[in-house]
Design a protein around this ligand. Sequence first.
Ligand SMILES: [Cu+2]
Length: 177
Amino acid sequence: MTRSMRILTFSSTVLLLATGVAIAQQLTVDINRITDGGVGDKIGTIVVSEGKGGVSFKVSVTGLPKTERGFHVHEKGDCGPAMKDGKMTAGEAAGPHFDPEAKKSHKGPKGAGHKGDLPLLKGTDKGISQTVTAPRLKLADVQGRALVIHEGGDNYTDNPENGGGKGRVACGVIPKQ
Ligand SMILES: [Cu+2]
């Protein structure tokens, strides 16, 4: 191998490695409005990335009324409606909050409950533009699962159930790649 070929091979390897890392560490999720009739219009994106402090979610969403909203990783990668208490309900196909350790308790992002409990989102006049971090998560935990934004806020307890977020209003599935 000539010297220039060796340099070229080395450079290509570095480039490939750098590209691979970039793809693995940052995933863009399309966020859509959801109703009991199905998945609706796209209203924004959430960029998911892993860093030293856990997994970060850069939320850029518009078109939802201004209020605080519960935000969680739900178990299944499906934003469709499903039956709940005898009627079709928005986003129910996403299942419950991601809870791999079966804690069966909603305690917020820093508590020892559901691992899918994320910091709540705060709407402004311009929509939701906020980055939140979940210290207990890894990117591999959340890939293939749904990100759900709720109708109401989140008090990080089980009373009311799941922090009081009520219905599911927007959702997106985190890609596996
Ligand atoms: Cu939720």
